[in-house]
Design a protein around this ligand. Structure first.
Ligand code: FAD
Length: 504
């Protein structure tokens, strides 16, 4: 079984890695290693050194990835895949040091199949770059996270991410048809329905694709993926409405979604606290009159005639349910900002109103429409309690995205500002407990801890066995079977427990 390397790999491991990669793609300098320990929602800075990898490797092919994993498996050294490094649940953080597998050189577009409308790409390609090329053929790969310009296809598979326009096109799991996957012991297999490269539905054999998506690198590494393509939409409409209170917006959202317009691609609901956060600082990117207490933004994509007809209907339904249209400029501006709104400097406020630099921590959950108000209320209570006890925390509000045209389930997220520089062990412990409580609220309301980010961070990870029940034991059995030496991203999802039981 793999163990933490506690600062350093054997020379024998480094020599074998260098033979596979050439020394220029094996990095051991401190900056190269420190850089790959960085994640968007950091743990306290004073703990960074605990999670710096011993070596970084930059493979350029499936064969090289497979060789690296074989070496790691033979020597019992942890290996952690990292694509864009934008994951929000510490998935790509090397908790036990070891080898950091940086996948950005797997960035080739291998094939664009215009006949069957698919493309096959390396796992290190990102959606923005891919769509620049596909656009020349009038096509689009519509996986559209807010991290669209910086996350990569491999990381999207590793997290089974959420697309903001998933109501129309589906999410990563629907859009990835199949992929080449390196198992934890180094064997290479193709995963997909019927093992097919381009088939999206088969009933031959076990349906393995979901198992190898969203595992956060604990079950191996995707190196190449075949993706579904769509015609580039002719038209886009993003009406943006304000409401006098959250409850009216929540009810209206259901009616908007239930119009069942085929071109409806998604909708987002911002609550009072989110609107207040957006408004109160100079960086606010949505200029809002004070009367705005909650916001709903829908978006439609497709053929122009269908989008216009759908838009008229949605506008009417929204108005009938208490919505006030905020005008084309705000609507288009906000929707266009969906990929870069996070790039603004993040400021929070202490209790006495002082503006301080804070980092963004988001806790996402999956919940049904009817439970959103209760989840929202309890989440804000948890953050209010943190805020009462320390200036380190700020409530940045909540939003919810629809999952489908039925409007049944939602990605919902509460954003918390944390003044990282002032965090100490005591406030960190408060935050970990709050994360656990936030996750528990989602589960108590019939939801899931996470709709897209995963749940392997400290705090929330404790609730995973509660959410999954007996299925968590199955998860551990699968881990033990596929990764007998626990080399793939050890320490994540509490899966080390699978091996401790083995020793009893
Ligand atoms: C500003 C911002 C906005 C975001 N918005 C969204 C959003 O709208 N929707 C959403 O779903 N997420 C969002 N996220 C979270 C993040 O972008 C996603 O989780 C994304 O899927 C991670 O991709 P990545 O390439 O950065 O992967 P990484 O962060 O590098 O890795 C994520 C996980 O997958 C594993 N992994 C990486 N590559 C592979 C591979 N090739 N094979 C197997 N496992 C692998 C890693 O070990 C890790 O556990 C956002 C993040 C940021 C910073």
């Amino acid at each position: 079984m793999s163990v933490a390397t506690k600062g350093g790999l054997d020379d024998a491991v480094l020599e074998e890695l260098a033979q596979v990669l050439g020394s220029e793609h094996l990095l051991t300098t401190k900056p190269a290693r420190m850089h790959r320990a960085r994640v968007p929602a950091p743990f306290p800075v004073h703990r960074w050194a605990d999670h710096v990898p011993d070596a970084v490797v930059l493979p350029a092919s499936t064969e090289e990835v497979a060789e690296i994993v074989r070496i790691a498996n033979r020597f019992g050294v942890p290996v952690v895949p990292r694509s864009g490094g934008t994951g929000l649940t510490d998935g790509a953080v090397p908790l036990r040091h070891g080898i950091l597998l940086d996948l950005k050189r797997l960035d080739q577009i291998h094939e664009i199949d215009l006949e069957d409308r698919t493309c096959t790409v390396g796992a290190g390609v990102n959606m923005l770059k891919l769509n620049e090329v596909l656009g020349r053929h009038g096509l689009i790969y519509p996986d559209d996270p807010a991290s669209y310009p910086c996350s990569m296809v491999g990381g999207r598979i590793g997290t089974s991410g959420w697309s903001l326009i998933g109501s129309r096109y589906g999410h990563t799991r629907d859009l990835v048809l199949s992929f080449v996957h390196v198992l934890p012991t180094g064997e290479v297999v193709r995963i997909g329905d019927g093992g097919g490269r381009k088939i999206s539905k088969s009933s031959t054999g076990y349906t393995l694709k979901p198992l190898f998506m969203g595992h956060q690198g604990t079950l191996g590494v995707a190196t190449e993926a075949t993706l579904k393509l769509y015609p580039k939409p002719e038209a886009e409409l993003s009406p943006f409405w304000s409401f006098e209170d959250y409850d009216t917006a929540h009810r209206a959202l259901r009616e908007i979604v239930r119009t069942d317009c085929a071109t409806f691609a998604g909708a987002v609901l911002f609550d009072h606290e989110k609107v207040a956060y957006l408004r109160r600082d100079d960086e606010a990117y949505i200029p809002q009159p004070e009367s705005v207490r909650a916001l709903v933004c829908a978006v439609l994509y497709g053929n122009e005639d269908e989008v216009l007809a759908g838009g008229r209907r949605i506008m009417r339904v929204a108005r009938e349910n208490g919505a006030r249209y905020l005008g084309d400029e705000i609507s288009e501006g906000d929707w266009a900002a969906r990929h870069d709104r996070y790039a603004t400097p993040l400021h929070g406020r202490t209790k006495d109103g002082q503006v301080v630099p804070m980092s963004w921590h988001c806790e996402d959950a999956s919940t049904v429409w009817s439970q959103l108000p209760a989840v929202r209320r309890k989440w804000h209570e948890i953050v209010a309690d943190l805020r009462r006890r320390s200036d380190v925390f700020d409530d940045w509000g909540m939003f919810a995205y629809t999952n489908g045209r039925t409007g049944v389930d939602y990605l919902t997220e509460i954003d918390v500002g944390i003044w990282e520089q002032e965090l100490d062990d005591e406030t960190w412990a408060m935050w970990i407990k709050a994360k656990r409580d936030i996750a528990q609220v989602a589960v108590d309301h019939g939801g899931s801890i996470s709709a897209c980010h995963g749940a392997c961070r400290e705090g929330e990870v404790d609730v995973v066995p509660i959410e999954l029940g007996g299925a968590y034991d199955v998860m551990k059995q699968i881990k033990r079977t596929l990764d007998p030496n626990n080399v793939m991203n050890p320490g994540k999802y509490g899966l080390d427990g699978a091996f401790e039981e083995d020793l009893k």
